[in-house]
Design a protein around this ligand. Structure first.
Ligand SMILES: [Zn+2]
Length: 104
């Protein structure tokens, strides 16, 4: 990502001046700001996933890497908490996950 665009995105996300964001990025060898942006994006996509009333609403995100990660994590948690192991026949979330994986 070009430096100015990155500074603009960070400034917008954290409500600081772009010049402040640019200096912070220059002094951020661990790229904390960028990592935090990724976490904020994950939270945004998770809200989209949770708020969707149907998978059709999520169709625009079918190939979005973050949405795929959210979906995988959500169903991993579902399985580990609800019924560890295989899908349970008739479980709406298992059915939804199976359909999202193309019936596999
Ligand atoms: Zn299930």
């Amino acid at each position: 990502m070009p430096r100015l665009w990155t500074a603009a995105v960070v400034a917008n996300a954290f409500h600081v001046l772009p010049s402040v964001a640019a200096r912070a990025l220059d002094e951020d060898p661990e790229r904390v700001d960028i990592e935090c942006l990724e976490l904020l994006n994950y939270a945004r996509v998770k809200r989209l996933f949770d708020d969707a009333k149907s998978d059709e609403e999520l169709a625009p995100y079918a190939n979005d890497e973050t949405m795929l990660l959210v979906r995988r994590n959500t169903f991993d948690v579902h399985h580990s908490r609800t019924h560890p192991g295989d899908d349970r026949p008739g479980c709406p979330q298992c059915v939804r996950n199976r359909e999202a994986r193309g019936g596999r």
